[in-house]
Design a protein around this ligand. Structure first.
Ligand code: SF4
Ligand code: SF4
Length: 558
């Protein structure tokens, strides 16, 4: 392999690689604003200037190809002097409003200013003032003064999304970005420019001024908005989810997530008006006006479900599994149905909407349909529904889904004698249930989903419930930890009295005299891996932070 030298280190490179790419491959970060591995090279920020021996002047590392034997210095006095000059130039008109900027704490300009700039300005003139609040689109706000004209956002719209919605206008110190006339920044992936922007020029209208990044914890997770399962981080302050941002996984979502997933899969977690706060069951003395349901404790709710189950034969009880629930929840439900209740009547309700798009979004709007396939749980069919309508099924046990997603909902609701519901949030039909069991959301539990590529991916608790399960390694990486302060995300804020379905169902099995033997989610997964050939050899450790593929994997469409 050909070699070159960077800061005295001999490094391999692949012919055609630029200095910045070869350095990155060797784990060395050369400062950069405009360069991004997924975008074309613009070479306009100049902060990656390095000294190349025998070259007459500084070379930009993002656009200079490595040559055999090349000697590069990114930390020589000349390289540092060039970088300082670029930083000084970039900061001339910058407003330096870090104290009120959402990007503070995760801003490349701020980090590089601390690390590389000279720490003072020689610019005594009045700074150039521009508009600080431009609504570029429904989700993105633009501060013109903070923009360093790196063009990342422009190139992203054109090259990744394929919808060139942004452009530069004007020249010199007057330069700024704008949407094309009559257009908005409103593509389905518009919010990725927020993380792409190396400064605080592009901010999220949903998240603006809602929390400082150093006050939040962040936890690796997976989006539940569709079968892609984009890798993401859940950012939390005081036990409230504040934002979701994409996490790099080149095999699944590269660096991106869609606006739908980012904005629509977290607010229900925080929603105190719709979250189920306690187990509930139907009582004769509670009026229908009040929903007919009365709060109770977990033991009473479980006892009620068991007494209802005992009133029926196994084949009179139907179970609705859920492609929104984890593998672990569905596996335990399936065991309970078959081994304890003696029912083979288990199915799930698919959710297909529209078509797959060219970037990430899938028509399958559930995160775990492939997981149910692995378990051998089929989508609900007409025969199954007819059995509900004909009252052959007297009791229906629904885990984290709603029969309201089927057609003929009212007829179905009237045909059921007893309905048991695991749900996190109330919905229109849920007050008709006999027993309601508060479910922990995906942000409150451990577990796994299987995406459309048959990649098994982990979710971890980012928000605490009253009864929190924490496995070793579950603690989020916190900005506070970085500065040596205490991470108190487990102690502050409201905690819901919610539990993962697998745990509640295991308790029911125990009361009925059949101990499944699970103390935590990992033990459920290990049991699945032992029993399901496709999962053989898998473990939480092997799945890791980026998932592991089972069976046949499809081509990644990005
Ligand atoms: S808004 Fe941000 S990403 Fe876009 S050109 Fe300016 S600095 Fe670069
Ligand atoms: S593409 Fe799907 S998984 Fe990815 S962010 Fe959007 S909804 Fe979530």
């Amino acid at each position: 392999m050909p070699k070159f030298f960077l800061d005295g280190k001999e490094l391999d490179y692949t012919p055609g690689q630029t200095i910045i790419e070869a350095a990155k491959a060797a784990g060395i970060d050369i400062p950069h604003f405009c360069w991004h591995p997924s975008l074309s090279v613009a070479g306009n920020c100049r902060v990656c200037l390095v000294e190349v021996e025998k070259a007459p002047k500084g070379m930009i590392a993002c656009a200079t190809q490595v040559m055999d034997g090349m000697v590069v210095h990114s930390d020589s006095p000349k390289a540092i002097q060039m970088r300082n000059a670029v930083m000084e130039f970039l900061l001339i008109n910058h407003p330096l409003d870090c104290p009120i900027c959402d990007e503070a704490g995760e801003c490349k300009l701020q980090d590089y200013a601390y690390k590389y700039s000279i720490g003072k300005s020689r610019f005594d003139e009045e700074k150039n003032h521009k508009d600080k609040r431009v609504e570029l689109g429904p989700h993105v706000m633009f501060d013109q003064e903070r923009c360093i004209s790196c063009s990342r956002c422009i190139r992203y719209c054109e090259e990744v999304v394929g919808d060139p919605q942004l452009t530069f206008v004007n020249r010199g110190e007057k330069v700024t970005i704008e949407t094309f006339p009559g257009k908005q920044l409103d593509n389905p992936y518009s919010m990725n420019v927020i993380e792409l922007c190396p400064v605080g020029a592009l901010t999220s209208r949903d998240f603006r001024f809602r929390a400082r990044v150093w006050d939040m914890s962040h936890t690796d997770s997976v989006c539940t908005g569709c079968a892609r399962g984009c890798n993401m981080e859940i950012w939390v302050r005081d036990n409230i989810v504040k934002r979701l941002i994409p996490r790099e996984n080149m095999d699944v979502n590269q660096y991106w997530m869609c606006d739908y997933g980012r904005l629509n899969t977290y607010k229900f977690i925080n929603d105190e008006t719709t979250r189920v706060k306690s187990p509930m069951m139907r009582e004769e003395d509670v009026s229908q006006d009040a929903g007919g349901l009365k709060e109770c404790d977990w033991d009473d709710a479980i006892a009620r479900v068991i007494s209802e189950i005992k009133n029926y034969k196994g084949d009179e009880i139907a179970f609705i599994a859920s492609a929104y629930s984890t593998l672990e929840d569905n596996f335990v439900l399936q065991r309970f149905a078959k081994e304890i209740v003696g029912s083979d009547n288990i199915a799930y309700i698919p959710h297909i909407e529209g078509e797959d798009d060219k970037l990430l979004l899938r028509a399958d709007k559930t995160p775990n349909a492939n997981g149910l396939k692995l378990l051998g749980i089929d989508p609900i069919n007409g025969k199954f529904i007819d059995k509900i309508l004909n009252k052959q099924f007297k009791m229906v046990y629904i885990m984290n889904d709603s029969l309201g997603r089927l057609e003929r909902t009212d007829e179905i609701a009237k045909s059921i004698e007893i309905a048991v519901l695991h749900i996190s949030n109330f919905y229109e039909q849920s007050h008709k249930a006999t027993v309601v069991l508060p479910s922990a959301t995906y942000a409150e539990i451990n577990g796994t989903f299987v995406n459309f590529q048959n990649r098994v991916q982990r979710i971890k608790p980012a928000v605490a419930t009253l009864e929190q399960e924490r496995l070793p390694g579950d603690f989020a990486v916190s900005r506070l930890d970085k500065f040596g302060a205490h991470n108190d995300r487990w102690t502050k804020g409201t905690r819901f009295n919610a539990r993962p379905a697998w745990k509640v169902i295991s308790q029911m099995a125990k009361v009925l005299g059949s101990e499944f033997g699970y103390d935590n989610t990992e033990e459920v997964f290990d049991d699945m891996a032992a029993k399901i050939p496709a999962l053989a050899g898998m473990s939480y450790e092997i799945i890791g932070t980026h998932g592991a593929v089972v069976g046949q994997s499809e081509e990644v469409a990005v």
